[in-house]
Design a protein around this ligand. Structure first.
Ligand code: AMP
Ligand code: MG
Length: 401
């Protein structure tokens, strides 16, 4: 079945991105959840987190050595009777006899009555006694309780993007889970009768489905949770079914393919009937675009050529997804262009480029189906719609991939 839809007027990349951002930004007010510590990396705290205990939890030794009273080692060398060993993890209460020494390991509780530790390097021991060769002051090599963290102290504020260093501090106070914002839940639907899942044999005319995995990877890298990765043939009924499942499961849905001017453009045909807007965005690759709200859920419709899909994601969806996830914005970098470019008038060009110490080099093979070039690229070179001849040496904007 074929149908044609009038194209909306050509829209700029910035205008279309703005539309998408306006639709997705309300997702910032989404729900929170508790995640176990081992799944908290990269998530954003939804509440201030306070320490439930002191750190150090108890007074302990910062060295392997001998716990003594400073007054016992005021004049050295001195030989003291040894009355036991306290290892890290000893839970019994040790008490130092007056005038004696106890062997202690790093992290072991300081025996009651001791006030300093003499590092093992400055001692000699025969097992029954220890000869101390250096005097120490009270407090030396003793880590007092609460000197790192006090009970009730703020450890990490709401909004913190959790890095390994935060996990270290929050784990040290024994928290089993953390309150975080739920990730943006995204669903991906690829379309096309010709597409086959990796691992299966290709029949003549078939190709492997790469956009599904590529979009899922891009979503994950930019802070979203991919809750469904589905494929539909170009059959309307099947696409409607996949669409309903996706909008039910996700906060935002991405489709690939089926939005241009062919005979079997299932995405455009089905979604136009549901209020979808389809038209051209003045960029290359990634010109044909659609946007629809289905059952209250935004559905972004990217074209199917693999490079177009990825460039659409990077230019249109990546900024808002990063903002919603609390990830740092990707800003453009100005670099000298190392080879002259010809660029068609009226369309912003996003060319795959490779970084060198001298600047950015446009890669050979800029077709929107040339996925290997995309894999080699470090950046998109952003040539404004009005520029047609861009000489080598021109300073151009680039976006990292
Ligand atoms: P379409 O936008 O559906 O007309 O597709 C444009 C081109 O992209 C065609 O050559 C498709 O075979 C190809 N294509 C569409 N979807 C995918 C996909 N998921 N993976 C790889 N190639 C695709
Ligand atoms: Mg198709």
């Amino acid at each position: 079945m074929s149908s044609r839809h009038a194209l909306a007027p050509v829209r700029s990349v910035d205008d279309h991105r703005q539309r998408i951002e306006d639709l997705l930004r309300p997702l910032a007010a989404r729900a929170t959840e508790a995640v176990p510590m081992d799944r908290a990396l990269g998530r954003r705290l939804s509440a201030d987190v306070y320490s439930p205990l002191d750190l150090p939890v108890f007074r302990n030794s910062s060295m392997d050595g001998y716990a003594v009273r400073a007054e016992s080692v005021a004049i050295v060398p001195v030989t003291l009777p040894l009355s036991g060993v306290v290892a890290a993890g000893n839970t019994g209460a040790a008490t130092l006899p007056a005038g004696g020494a106890m062997k202690v390991m790093t992290g072991a509780p300081i025996p009651a009555g001791a006030d300093c530790v003499v590092p093992v390097e400055h001692t000699q021991s025969d097992g029954a006694t220890v000869t101390i060769e250096r005097s120490r002051a009270a407090g030396d090599f003793v880590r007092e309780a609460g000197t790192d963290v006090r009970t009730g102290q703020l450890l990490a504020a709401a909004g913190t993007l959790l890095k390994p260093r935060h996990i270290a501090a929050l784990a040290a106070v024994g928290l089993p889970e953390l309150p975080v914002y739920r990730r943006v839940r995204a669903a991906v639907i690829t379309t096309g009768d010709e597409l086959v899942q990796a691992g299966l044999r290709l029949l003549p005319g078939q190709i492997y489905n790469s956009n599904g995995l590529a979009l899922a990877a891009a979503l994950t890298e930019n802070g979203a949770e991919v809750v469904s990765l589905a494929h539909s043939t170009d059959d309307h009924r099947e696409f409607r079914r996949r669409l309903h499942e996706a909008v039910t499961a996700a906060d935002v849905v991405f489709t690939s393919g089926g939005v241009s001017m062919g005979d079997f453009e299932v995405v455009k045909e089905v979604l136009s009937g549901l209020g979808g807007e389809f038209g051209h965005v003045a960029m290359q690759p990634g010109g044909p675009q659609g946007i629809t709200v289905v059952e209250g859920t935004p559905v972004l419709n990217f074209p199917g050529n693999p490079v177009s899909t990825m460039v659409s994601f990077d230019m249109l969806a990546r900024p808002i997804l990063r903002e919603l996830s609390g990830l740092p914005a990707i800003t453009s970098t100005e670099l000298p262009l190392l080879a002259a470019l010809h660029s068609p008038a009226g369309k912003r060009q996003l060319l795959r480029g490779k970084l060198t110490p001298e600047g950015v080099e446009p890669l050979a093979g800029q077709g929107s189906h040339l996925i290997a070039t995309m894999a080699q690229a470090d950046v998109l070179i952003d040539i404004p719609a009005a520029d047609t001849e861009v000489p080598a040496g021109t300073v151009v904007r680039t976006w990292s991939l």
